[in-house]
Design a protein around this ligand. Structure first.
Ligand code: BGC
Length: 833
């Protein structure tokens, strides 16, 4: 029988020869005055750099990344495709799929006029409590590096630049702007720098982002790692831009490997850098080098007239006629490919005789498709779980019940919640009023979440804004207490049917990160009793508290009546009992997983564990679906017969769920990171003490730590079931790796990830107990078998020798383990070096 080996081959990408391009660009640099050159090294605004006709440079635009392409507007007026979040993408272990996702994002970038996508994020899952864990791929440097290289390749082969971030050590959110992460040299090279090195060698990114934090005493925008390692040892010819507002000095950053300070227009470079060059404190050659790198990046994305970097595809990468269908199909495929089926004793796929399904849980009606922070995009439409199952489970009665509330926060008004004051259509009317009381402009918006950067309304500078008035009419769909209000930093007054129901001044939580202040601002909420079919005119006046930063975030929040958790659990149990099967969709909330703060607990928020236990007791034919980007504790795991980790699966969440529950598609994911068991949480210290985080665990994070300390996790790294069964034969050494016979012993076609781990008993150097050395994904038809080849590059055997400052191989015997997870030593093979 034949099979398709999905490993695209582990081949480094030769460094492009830029001699001719650089010669042409150097002439452009030479034609600019010092002030003109320095002007190019700070953003003109949040996301762009103004044109420089003398260098042939057109306006240049960057945008977040990584779950979609936001574009210059951050709201629903300019929607974006929402692919699964990075943990979900990595869970596919499928570089071909990831390359196609990168290509889709390139098409989105072109559609939205974006040249550089601020992605992928390749910091490691050092700790499961990291708030931004969902935005990074994995706890393993090899899986991270390979998935990242595929993502970058998909983008850049289509002429759009990646900006690989955050270089380096941005592994937690606590005090992320200042924390000094102390990492020994071996650990830095073998873990945290390793994915960056891999992506540099295999995909040659055109830009990188320097992180906010310090590493070993120096902030990353001034750190020697930029010039010595990234541009030195690895020879990267990319541009390095700062994370937003991370440039802190004129000279130190000017003399370091940082090329572009973002955002602008103000920052520590500009006139101060011109002066520093004139005074001889920063060599002009250093400025020229930065401008050259900027022009090289721009040329590669086709933004410099009259030079050909040889990187632009011959055909346009965005096709308006097919784009929407392509987005829908690929986001649906990718979501299912990342779903990890943790256990399944005969529940999935749902049996033919299942005629009714109870779908319960706070994330069932409204799933989370992405995590919070700069990665947030606004998709044009989302298929939520209930909606997806209603459409996708043919002939099955699908009924829904809330189950419990996972948060007391009131969400922004969704599309269709409010209609415009003239009652003609859905939406909210916003009026921007100047400091002098004059109306500046008005705008009609579909949802209640707004973030403005630089300008509001029709190009009104934020600095001239006095206040904003939002108006809309709510039509009640049920009887009871509606929660109505607003969120922001500033003063808020909420009026319902002409009566003021809330008025207060909202201030940020002490110590809140800037991202928290605009993604999850404090709320002023009032309860208003409404009868079904009744209407209420809502008017909110919001005066921003401070306009020091050119940023305003404001939300109009509305939530329908809800029962107490006990009432909701009882209703869910009754529904589950009277259905043939139950699906419980639980998950995290925006308070728990976001950029800007870490998690304080891995438990599911609210009483979701109680809900799961109650539904499992009411109907054993239950599938628990966990909708989170990062690990949560599953204290009910032993009692559940089927558990599916959906991650933050992007805009086709519900459709993909229907595909997998019905059996039309098998869940394709394998764990990209270890999920701890209650009582066995492995979380190295990540809260800075006096500003310092010591990476004392060294090389042992995730599965490596479990192996060292004999900890049994809830779900091991690499684990995941499909809808067929597998047998792996004994590995055999072949040129460049090992060959393994993979037999599909079941009755369905399927795909499997063959994983190879190395260990080195009796090593004379510090090493983990085991580490991932290679993997390959194979597709094998039912009853068939195939020979899978797992490549094992020399680097897989090497360790960093801090005395020699080099990767070296310790001669002797290694042990190779081949299996289906880090905890599955199916076969071992001694390998001599
Ligand atoms: C984030 C970056 C992001 C940038 C621009 C920062 O706060 O750390 O990942 O690209 O903002 O939104």
């Amino acid at each position: 029988m034949t099979a398709e080996n999905l490993d695209p081959g582990v081949a480094p990408l030769p460094r492009p020869d830029t001699a001719t391009l650089d010669a042409a660009l150097r002439e452009r640099v030479a034609a600019l005055s010092l002030a003109e050159k320095v002007r190019l090294l700070t953003g003109t605004d949040f996301w762009s750099i103004d044109p420089e006709p003398k260098a042939g440079l057109r306006r240049y635009v960057v945008s977040d990344g990584p779950v979609g392409v936001r574009g210059e507007r951050w709201d629903d007026r300019d929607p974006s495709a929402n692919i699964p979040s990075p943990t979900a993408v990595a869970a596919s272990w499928d570089e071909d799929l990831v390359t196609r996702l990168g290509a889709l994002l390139a098409a989105e970038s072109r559609r939205k006029g974006v040249d550089v996508l601020l992605a992928p994020t390749i910091n490691l899952h050092r700790t499961p409590v990291g708030g931004r864990h969902f935005e990074c791929f994995s706890e393993d440097p090899l899986l991270t590096g390979r998935v990242a290289a595929a993502y970058v390749h998909g983008l850049q082969a289509n002429g759009v630049a990646a900006c690989v971030k955050h270089f380096v050590g941005n592994d937690q959110e606590a005090e992320r702007m200042t924390a000094d992460n102390r990492i020994d040299e071996q650990t830095l090279r073998e873990l945290y720098l390793a994915p960056f090195e891999h992506v540099e060698e295999f995909a040659r990114p055109w830009s990188y982002m320097a992180a906010y934090n310090q590493v070993n005493g120096t902030t990353m925008t001034e750190n020697d790692l930029l010039d010595d390692v990234l541009k030195g040892d690895w020879g990267s010819d990319a541009l390095v831009m700062s994370d937003w507002f991370a440039t802190r000095s004129t000279e130190a950053a000017g003399n370091a490997g940082l090329d572009l300070a973002m955002p602008g227009p103000v920052g520590p470079w500009g006139a101060a850098l011109v002066e520093a060059v004139e005074a001889g404190r920063v060599p002009e050659a250093k400025v020229d080098e930065k401008v050259l790198r900027l022009l090289r990046l721009a040329a590669r994305t086709g933004a410099v007239d009259g030079v050909d970097a040889g990187t632009q595809p011959s055909a346009p990468v965005f096709d308006a006629g097919t784009h929407e269908a392509r987005v829908e199909a690929l986001t649906r495929e990718a979501a299912a490919a990342g779903f990890v089926l943790v256990k399944n004793s005969g529940v999935l796929p749902l049996a033919q005789d299942v005629r009714s399904v109870a779908v319960v849980g706070p994330n069932a009606l409204r799933g989370r498709t992405l995590g919070g922070g700069s990665a947030t995009v606004f998709p044009a439409s989302v298929v939520h779980p209930v909606e997806g199952l209603l459409a996708g489970l043919a002939g099955v009665e699908v009924r829904h019940s809330l189950g419990v509330s996972s948060t007391d926060r009131v969400p922004p008004a969704d599309i269709g919640t409010l209609h415009l004051p003239d009652a003609s259509e859905d939406g909210i009317e916003l009026t921007f009023v100047g400091r002098d009381g004059q109306v500046l402009s008005t705008e009609r918006r579909r949802t209640g979440a707004y973030t403005w950067m630089g300008v509001v309304g029709e190009d009104t500078p934020i600095s001239s804004l006095g206040h904003i008035v939002a108006r809309g009419t709510l039509t009640a769909t049920s009887n009871g207490a509606y929660r109505i209000g607003a969120s922001g930093i500033g003063s808020v007054s909420v009026t319902v049917d002409g009566e003021q129901v809330a008025a207060t001044t909202l201030v940020p939580r002490p110590g809140a990160d800037i991202v928290e202040s605009f993604m999850m601002p404090p709320q002023a909420i009032a309860e208003v009793a409404l009868g079904e079919g009744g209407t209420a005119d809502v008017e909110i006046r919001f005066t921003p508290g401070s306009l020091d930063q050119p940023l305003v975030a404001f939300q109009v929040n509305v939530a329908p009546p809800r029962g107490t958790d006990d009432e909701e659990i009882a209703a869910a149990v009754a529904l589950a009992r009277s259905s043939d099967a139950a699906v419980v969709v639980v998950g995290t909330t925006e308070e728990v997983e976001s950029e800007g703060y870490d998690r304080t607990s891995l438990a599911l928020p609210g009483r979701q564990d109680d809900l799961v236990r109650a539904v499992l007791a009411a109907n054993p034919n239950t599938v628990v679906v966990v909708n989170s980007g990062a690990p949560v504790l599953m204290p009910w795991l032993d009692d559940a017969r089927a558990v599916l980790l959906a991650w933050f699966p992007g805009q086709q969440m519900g459709a993909a769920l229907a595909d997998v529950l019905s059996g039309a598609v098998e869940p394709g994911g394998r764990m990209p990171t270890t999920w701890p068991a209650p009582g066995g949480v492995v979380a190295p210290e990540s809260d800075p003490v006096d500003g310092v985080v010591e990476y004392t665990e060294g090389l042992d994070i995730g599965y490596r730590r479990c192996a060292r300390d004999g900890i049994t996790p809830a779900v091991p790294f690499g684990h995941g079931l499909g809808y067929t069964t597998w047998e792996l034969g004994a590995p055999r050494e072949v040129d460049g790796g090992v060959a393994v016979r993979v037999t599909n012993t079941g009755t369905r076609d399927g795909a499997h990830v063959v994983q190879a781990y190395l260990s080195r008993p009796g090593s004379a150097v510090r090493r983990p107990v085991l580490w991932l050395a290679g993997f390959t994904k194979v597709r094998v038809p039912a009853g068939g078998s195939a020979e899978a080849v797992v490549a094992l590059p020399e680097r897989a055997f090497q360790h960093w020798d801090a005395a020699a400052h080099a990767f070296v191989t310790e001669p002797g015997e290694f042990t190779l383990t081949v299996g289906s997870s880090a905890a599955d030593p199916a076969h071992t093979l001694p390998l001599k070096k």
